[in-house]
Design a protein around this ligand. Sequence first.
Ligand SMILES: Nc1ncnc2c1ncn2[C@@H]1O[C@H](COP(=O)(O)OP(=O)(O)O)[C@@H](O)[C@H]1O
Ligand SMILES: [Mg+2]
Length: 251
Amino acid sequence: MSEQFADRTGAGTAVDEGPDAGDMVVVEDLRRTYGSGDTAVPALRGVSFSVPRGELVALKGRSGSGKTTILNLVGGLDSPDGGRIVLDGTDLAGLGDDALLALRRDRIGFVFQSFGLIPILTAAENVGVPMRLRKVPPREREERVELLLSLVGLADHAAQRPGEMSGGQQQRVAIARALANRPVLLIADEPTGQLDADTGLAVMELLRAVVRSEGVTALVATHDAQLLALADRVLELRDGRIVDAREADTP
Ligand SMILES: Nc1ncnc2c1ncn2[C@@H]1O[C@H](COP(=O)(O)OP(=O)(O)O)[C@@H](O)[C@H]1O
Ligand SMILES: [Mg+2]
């Protein structure tokens, strides 16, 4: 294999058909104000950044700086007042409600601080929910559920309900569920915020590992220093603006 060919196919290597071809997410001059008139809260005041394919990008910033607002917009859960979001080559502004719903279901995996599992379903059933929504045949669904539970180290806990699992185990189930439909982008909002330090570290290392093994891209809001250290790059938000964009020094 020629040197040049190897370079062009390397994981995370930008392709060269256009300026944004290597980026999974491109955000330009994003603005979002909640409410109006005297009570208007400008949550984002012109935010621009990009997330290269295959990278884990962390958004840091104190509470109220706009992290959740960005994740909701990039995930198609909310619409901006201005600016542009391009996800995997698709401009979200051009999508109707049905197309947005399909994009969220098929191409994005969400992980929340509070896990968001359905209490009456087992771990396996929770992981299977996104595939049910896509009408994946039962056999195929069951096989993938088993594989995903193994991936997150919970093969032996398939029949347990969330209330019968620790916080760290519940978040691992939530990560497995987020990967169910083979998303191109994982969006995680303070995924370790409710976990103790050791459990949080294990969950972060799992996220870091799946970004590599599943070839998924991740955008993660956190103020956890250990998670920031595992990121490929860190964007810092302050009062709805990015104040610092640097590449993390990863080995
Ligand atoms: N639904 C809402 N209605 C009004 N203000 C909101 C709403 N959601 C967030 N905000 C405000 O927008 C700003 C950014 O919030 P958020 O994106 O949740 O920040 P973070 O996730 O970094 O804590 C804060 O001032 C917050 O109070
Ligand atoms: Mg938040």
